[in-house]
Design a protein around this ligand. Sequence first.
Ligand code: DGP
Length: 134
Amino acid sequence: MPPCIFCKIIKGDIPCTKVYEDKEVFAFLDIKPVNPGHTLVIPKKHYVNIHDTPDELIGKVAIVAKKIADAILKLGAKGVNIAMNNGVVAGQSVFHAHMHVMPRYGKDSFSLWVGKEYDGNEREKVAEKIRTSL
Ligand code: DGP
């Protein structure tokens, strides 16, 4: 496994622009922001993504993401997207769990997905599969 870039950032081996730190959670500005202030919130301990991060810890990461989103709104953003990419096909490029907190101002390059339509009773079938998989 190549050394994890976010673990190096936490250790101070790679510089970052830190905005928050506590015992378990760390937050710093994304190097390629959607807009200025785009922040990454990560657990200090290495986990790959949401799936292997313990529930309590991902909860703490989410609480910090909310705090940072609140601060960003106070500074004048009109809205905030909070997102996590989990897995290559979901767009994850750094395999240390992280939440993106992205300030939005109305006009930027960020675009959300375009929804598809369900065929026939596909929606109910999918929901049933998810319910039984929980
Ligand atoms: P994702 O695609 O969800 O895995 O997002 C990874 C983000 O990490 C991406 O928006 C760019 C950011 N990133 C990658 N390398 C570095 C780095 O060395 N420093 C900082 N600050 N951000 C990084």
